[in-house]
Design a protein around this ligand. Structure first.
Ligand code: LLP
Length: 418
């Protein structure tokens, strides 16, 4: 579900023509629909309304301040994985008591920053991290609220790069060692155990891996309670998938009902860390056709957005639907690779895609780019990063300016000897 629709021949975002925005802000740019974001958040939130819960949006999916602020105003929090994400979340006005901090490589400085900010809890991923957390908390004279991230060893049947809950994954503490680690934590004077965390992967399109993992976690929670541990928060992570092409992920209500069935009797406040399911289909990347090119072997559509703007097709072979911003009436189809300007053969947005044959200057919309789009973009080939725009009703707002050439060299210094 989203509010990117054709009105006549023209693709619109909510009430405004995308071509009109492109004419004003230039291309490429990310475009988000406020109404879609709001609706996705609300539907997800309502799905969990039968139980006490907190939605901590996964900031890595989309970290723009305006978007974080939108969710904060709807009562949401943040799942952060770095000092930078914590900084953004606080700047966006997310109350620290709604922020959870995961990640296998938290530094001493990041830990100190989060402790001083008094966040809701740390999702601890290793024994050594737990010890460092104890040490830093002691030095600051505070206690750290902690959940252990437990790796339940389930296969989420998704791309290997985004599977995180398998036995061989770098994430979390193996479920067979978790009880022991909790007992270690219980004896650390500056650690307050408050919860348990899992996150098994991303773009998961079935309910069963979540249920399997949670059944294991629920058993563990019972054992922890026998040790007198106060497991108040059960953080089930993120991972619910979306439709990019023809996937049929369970709707949030079905997902919530299945999860609630497993965990309702534990009496915990459930924390959810959705990213993609909220933001993915609420954003697109708008790009302009620079050239079309035919070779004896292949057709290419060269556009002004590249793998530095949207790396998902290159990195994971991901499919993103590509639509013309202005429909070409009964245009003949063309099978082509849609490629960017970057000097790498891996720089493509689509491979062997049948699309209406575009002309130089036409605008294309790369759909489902609201999650892990801008946040994974880079300056490779010294390309300034794209602008980000939010539409609300019939108006648009630039929520991040396009970078300039000056931005590209910010902070660089040429030593005197040169
Ligand atoms: N919580 C934790 C601890 C995570 O590591 C992640 C995602 C999430 C929540 C949110 O997962 P989601 O609801 O968005 O599936 N760059 C990849 C996705 C990487 C996901 C990493 N962790 C992509 O573009 O598909």
């Amino acid at each position: 579900m989203h509010y990117f629709e054709y009105k006549g021949d023209e693709l619109h975002c909510e009430e405004i023509s995308i071509a009109e925005i492109a004419a004003k802000v230039g291309t490429p740019f990310y475009l988000y629909s406020h109404r879609t974001l709001t609706q996705h958040y609300r539907v997800f939130d309502e799905a969990f309304s039968p139980i006490p819960h907190l939605i901590c949006f996964a900031v890595k999916a989309n970290s723009n301040l305006a978007i974080l602020k939108l969710f904060a105003e709807m009562g949401g929090g943040a799942d952060v994985v770095s000092g930078g994400e914590l900084y953004r979340s606080l700047k966006a006005g997310i109350p620290p008591e709604r922020i959870v901090f995961a990640g296998v490589g938290k530094t001493r400085e990041e830990i100190a920053y989060a402790l001083k900010s008094d966040i809701l809890m740390f999702n601890v991923e290793s024994s050594q991290e737990l010890q460092l957390l104890e040490e830093v908390a002691a030095s600051i004279g505070t206690n750290a609220k902690v959940a252990l991230r437990v790796n339940p060893d389930v296969d989420p049947s998704t791309h290997p790069y985004i599977s995180t809950g398998l036995k061989k994954s770098k994430f979390g503490i193996d479920i067979s060692l978790a009880l022991e680690e909790y007992q270690v934590a219980q004896n650390l004077p500056h650690i307050d155990i408050v919860g348990i965390h899992q996150h098994i992967g991303s773009q998961i399109t079935e309910v069963s891996p979540f249920v399997d993992a949670l059944e294991k976690i629920a058993d563990l929670v019972e054992s922890l309670r026998e040790l007198d541990l106060d497991i108040r928060y059960l953080d089930v992570g993120g991972g619910l998938g979306i439709t990019y092409k023809d996937e049929e992920p369970p709707p949030p209500k079905e997902f919530a009902e299945a999860l609630i069935g497993v965990i309702k009797d534990l009496g915990c406040t459930v924390i959810l860390e959705p990213g993609r399911v909220i933001a993915g289909n609420a954003g697109i990347l708008v790009t302009r056709v620079l050239y079309t090119k035919r070779t004896p072997a292949k057709n290419f559509v060269v556009v002004d957005a590249g793998m530095n703007d949207l790396i998902r097709p290159s990195l994971y072979g991901s499919y993103h639907s590509i639509l013309p911003v202005k429909k070409l009436p009964s245009a003949p189809g063309l099978v082509a690779d849609v490629v960017g300007p970057i000097c790498e053969s891996g720089d493509f947005l689509a491979k062997d895609r049948e699309i209406p044959e575009p002309e130089m200057g036409d605008l294309l919309a790369v759909m489902s780019a609201g999650a892990y789009g801008f946040t994974m973009s880079s300056n490779y080939n010294s390309r300034p990063r794209a602008s980000e725009v939010m539409v609300k009703g019939g108006k648009f707002y630039i929520i991040r300016e396009r970078e300039s050439y000056e931005d590209l060299i910010k902070g660089e210094h040429v030593p005197d000897f040169l």
